[in-house]
Design a protein around this ligand. Structure first.
Ligand SMILES: [Zn+2]
Length: 256
């Protein structure tokens, strides 16, 4: 059974069929979904979904896009939310220099503060980094030594993969690895140590081929799994088993 290690089922794109999708996860080969918050509203909704459904877990945190809305109070709210036993991680947090929806110095400040919060709470972090490799690596090197963490929707090159692996982080691959002209990402998919690999959808975004451009949903993680298995000469079952174990390991799911 597969785990979708990163999805946003709280989003309005699922308002019409959220319940149906969640209730059919198992039938569609998905054992668990980790629903990841991106601001306070979605973090709260993630926790609500996790409380309602046995096969949903939550991460809570503020995405760099919304960094300008963060205050000390937000951190207190996150601290409270994380007391729920189904909250597994702080995320998604990080830097996004592609959209620059929040000023970069503000993004960096709250990225650091949320890493400190994760350390205090002894939780892993889920990191979003887009066109910000240098600063992401610098902040992780300074703040996240010894922490568990996942580079979500990894989309960089082999050199960055190695740098994040050196920090002990896991590499999570999403739909783009199945797209055409992503040779560098396919190279990463072949090289990342099997014990450090996670797979995810980031649904409703980034649907893998053959659903590229459509709304993504957790069961499509199998297309990403099949492609990576093929690249590595593994059976899809072996890849599913190992990534399932890795996800449980980094998020401490067996302890819950
Ligand atoms: Zn996401």
């Amino acid at each position: 059974m597969l785990i979708d290690s990163h999805a946003h089922l709280d989003k309005e794109q699922f308002d019409l069929d959220r319940e149906y999708i969640i209730e059919h996860l198992e039938k569609n080969g998905i054992e668990l979904v980790i629903n990841v918050g991106a601001d306070m509203e979605s973090s709260k909704k993630s926790v609500e979904l996790a409380e309602k459904y046995h096969n949903i877990y939550a991460a809570v945190g503020v995405h760099p896009h919304s960094a300008k809305e963060v205050s000390q109070e937000t951190l207190e709210e996150l601290r409270l939310l994380s007391k729920n036993e189904k909250v597994l991680a702080i995320g998604e947090i990080g830097l996004d220099y592609h959209y620059d929806n929040s000023p970069r110095d503000i993004q960096r400040k709250w990225f650091r503060e949320q890493i400190k919060l994760a350390r205090e709470l002894d939780l892993p972090i889920v990191v979003h980094s887009r066109e910000a490799d240098e600063d992401t690596l610098e902040i992780l090197t300074e703040e996240a030594q010894g922490l568990r963490g996942v580079m979500h929707c990894f989309s960089s090159d082999r050199k960055m993969m190695e740098a994040y692996l050196d920090l002990g982080f896991y590499i999570s691959l999403a739909g783009p690895v199945t797209f055409k002209k992503t040779d560098e990402l396919k190279e990463v998919a072949k090289l990342v140590p099997l014990k450090k690999l996670l797979i995810e959808t980031d649904a409703p975004y980034l649907a893998p081929s053959p659903y590229r451009g459509k709304r993504n949903e957790p069961m499509y993680v199998k297309y990403t799994a099949e492609l990576i298995a093929k690249l590595r000469g593994l059976t899809p079952e072996d890849l599913a088993l190992q990534t399932n174990l890795n996800t449980r390991e980094v998020f401490g799911i067996n302890r819950h």
